[in-house]
Design a protein around this ligand. Structure first.
Ligand SMILES: [Fe+2]
Length: 155
């Protein structure tokens, strides 16, 4: 069961992680800030949806985590390529999975939950929903895509 202490850990981790990308360069910092705001908006939105449909506490926690980390690859992408265009750089979901693997941020979660979160992130920016028999995965992916769509500047 994901506890409030776990959620606080992830929220703090995110805030600490993004800080390193604030360089003092106005152009870069405003681009990074934009994506931080986008993430926080998506988190708020997904929790709104979760409460509207009365999601159970565990799924609500997973929803918050996928929202918080879905664009974690954006920061490296911008610093490395100077763009948020996946076409001009690389898939930001894939960069995010690399960040997650290298930092081990999800190591406090059981393996199957880590895998579930990674799969949702990997698929959040695909053109269409993948085929799957995993109802929890599909639910989280749909929630995330709906929450992102409500704040679609760059997904
Ligand atoms: Fe995204």
């Amino acid at each position: 069961m994901i506890q409030e202490t776990d959620l606080n850990y992830f929220r703090n981790w995110f805030d600490m992680y993004v800080k390193q990308f604030c360089t003092g360069n106005e152009r870069i910092d405003s681009a990074i800030c934009l994506k931080v705001k986008h993430t926080k908006n998506v988190v708020r939105e997904i929790l709104d949806i979760a409460d509207t449909v009365n999601l159970d506490a565990e799924t609500r926690s997973l929803a918050e985590i996928v929202a918080l980390f879905h664009d974690i690859g954006r920061f490296k992408q911008y610093i490395k390529y100077g763009t948020y265009s996946d076409q001009k750089s690389e898939d930001h979901a894939k960069i995010g999975l690399d960040v997650i693997a290298h930092t081990g941020v999800f190591s406090r979660l059981p393996t199957y939950k880590q895998e579930l979160i990674r799969n949702v992130i990997a698929n959040h920016n695909r053109m269409s929903l993948p085929h799957s028999n995993d109802q929890k995965f599909l639910l989280l992916l749909k929630l995330l895509r709906d929450a992102v769509e409500s704040h679609a500047i760059f997904t």
